[in-house]
Design a protein around this ligand. Sequence first.
Ligand code: ADP
Ligand code: MG
Length: 272
Amino acid sequence: MSLILAIYGKGGIGKSTTSANLSAAMALKGAKVLQIGCDPKHDSTFPLTGHLQPTVIDVLDSVNFHLEDVSKEDVIRTGFAGVDTLESGGPPAGSGCGGYVVGETVKLLKEFGLYDKYDVIVFDVLGDVVCGGFSAPLNYADYGLIIACNDFDSIFAANRLCLAIAQKSQRHKVKLAGIIANRVDYEYGGGTSLLDQFAEKVGTKVIGRVPYHDLIRRSRLAGKTLFEMEGPGKEECTRPFEEMAEYLLAQPQATIPNPYHDRAIFEAIGGW
Ligand code: ADP
Ligand code: MG
């Protein structure tokens, strides 16, 4: 049985950066990891492989959606530290459903006999859970993880993700393993003060703090994980991923969150 993680957070917050470095950190600790990008932007696995790969939907389209005509070499590339990577791709803009795309990807992995062959599967999902389709990975996941920074908008999105996880947990096994603080800036950004309060109020915790750092920005441009980068601050940037990898591989203490009503979060946060 694989440990299945679903990573969410508002757009541009650092989901793909975090997913790729977390996958790499878990692989460096000996786990066989598969990372699945579930964003139409299909760049989730770029830091692991250094290139943009064909998506499941593109490949399926080329064989008229005959699953049996697709081989695993068509869609899976092995990247840094032996992490297998796959991009599900997105439905056509303005039509189709993200849930369908994720469902087809899981079907394909089962067809290959691979779905339960990994120690860890990481789903790198999307900004906000705006509809059932985008929450589909929560149907498969053991744990949801939320990436956020110390501002209102990412906490608003985090609260909505907590609502989705609480809702899904009524019918599925998914729980929230915690919040990953990204772009942490103690000098100008307030550190993680708001995030720590939010986590406590909804019944979860901040499990890692990743600094706002130029090495991380540059790693994205280079198509590399932080473990392959050189330069000042490397240890500061890689350590949180090593610690989180250890925590997640040892079965985290997860909870079913107790989030705010969409409107109540606006008032609550003003008083913190
Ligand atoms: P998402 O997947 O949530 O859309 P990305 O992981 O693609 O976000 O990150 C968006 C951009 O922000 C990328 O260019 C990335 O390099 C940069 N970035 C993410 N986290 C950090 C960080 N901690 N410090 C500096 N830049 C970051
Ligand atoms: Mg992304």
